[in-house]
Design a protein around this ligand. Structure first.
Ligand code: SAM
Length: 329
């Protein structure tokens, strides 16, 4: 097996693995975690760190060069920073990053930096304390905001702020959120809300052209060229800004033809497409003691099943069954 093993039937080279280390989260965002109680994974069904590492190493052998650790909320799992340090120690990995809601970030920053993490994405959908509590079910705006400031001070770069654009919820704040990129060296990335699972949010998503029109009240968006590790965000800069604006458009301009991702859920399912429900089970063969060769075969099977487009793009579906908090965003 050589390092081009992860090329799918549509000739896309998959080199990016998102690894969810837990389905638990300390927030309950309206658009992500369903209000109705969905059972959580049993602890024994969540992959142990050494199991995750074995899978990652196999992925790296096959051609994965970039990993983002996510969840649930990755920092609620004990040992997350140590796990990240094991990832950054894997030489063939060019990029290891973390996505977090920021609630526990300040207290973990030093160990994350020591672990070799440099790039952090922090989710923040509002600058208003009461609205934050409404969206997330928790009064932690100040804590998250401190997490953002502390990350900048600690030299993480880039610090990206992920904003899910929610009609009727935070669409009155898109300009204020975009303005952060003028004053601070942050990348503010606006994400179209995807209809995933049972979580409630507006049924008519706010699409990128509408988001863009609002942001351009601050001035014209100048395009910034995408680099090797940028992923699907369309990058822009507002005049005189320290930071950047990103638009992530899974609905209005899906990037399936450039998609280079696989996802590993906390329960050990390899998911070739966030927005399609197919998964390949790695946990069962792993725990049965199968050889690396067998696990490689599961990777290859998942890769061979990656759809050309996600199920929403070709209108096969209106909604995806899994829960974002369980799949790993
Ligand atoms: N807990 C971490 C966090 O909050 O960043 C990581 C997991 S979270 C599922 C990852 C990202 O997915 C967050 O930026 C979140 O806003 C985004 N997200 C969750 N549900 C979404 C949805 N239905 N549509 C678009 N983005 C979503």
């Amino acid at each position: 097996m050589n390092r081009n093993g992860l090329t799918d039937p549509y000739r896309r080279q998959l080199n990016y693995l998102r690894v969810s280390i837990t389905d638990r989260c300390n927030l309950r965002c309206v658009y992500c975690t369903p209000r109705a109680l969905i059972p959580k994974l049993r602890h024994r069904d969540i992959l142990r760190y050494e199991e995750l590492l074995r899978i990652v190493r196999i992925g790296v052998f096959l051609g994965i060069t970039k990993i983002r650790v996510t969840g649930g909320e990755p920092l609620v799992r004990k040992g997350a920073a140590h796990f990240l340090s094991e990832l950054t120690a894997i030489e063939a990995l060019a990029d290891v990053s973390l996505t977090t809601n920021g609630v526990l970030l300040s207290r973990h920053l030093a160990e994350l930096r020591d672990a070799g993490v440099r790039r952090i994405n922090i989710s923040l959908d509002t600058l208003k304390r009461e609205k934050f509590a409404k969206i997330t079910g928790t009064d932690r705006f100040e804590t998250v905001w401190k997490g953002i400031r502390d990350s900048l001070e600690a030299g993480f770069s880039p610090v990206k702020i992920n904003v899910v654009a929610l009609r009727g919820i935070n669409d009155d704040e898109l300009v204020d959120l975009a303005r952060l990129s003028i004053d601070l060296p942050v990348h503010v990335r606006f994400i179209e809300h995807m209809p995933i699972g049972q979580a409630s949010a507006s049924k008519t998503p706010l699409l990128a052209p509408q988001i863009r029109a609002r942001i351009e009240q601050l001035g014209p968006l100048e395009p910034v060229e995408n680099g090797m590790v940028d992923g699907p965000a369309e990058r822009y800069r507002l005049p005189g800004a320290e930071g950047e604006i990103g638009l992530i458009r899974p609905l209005s301009h899906h990037f399936c033809d450039r998609c280079n991702r696989l996802r590993l859920t906390a329960s050990g399912m390899l998911r070739p497409c966030l927005l399609s429900d197919d998964e390949a089970d790695l946990r069962t063969p792993l725990r049965k003691g199968l050889l690396d060769e067998d696990l490689k075969a599961v990777f290859l099977q998942a890769v061979s099943q990656k759809p050309r487009q996600h199920a929403l793009a070709d209108r096969r579906k209106q909604n995806v069954d899994g829960q974002m908090c369980a799949i790993g965003g």
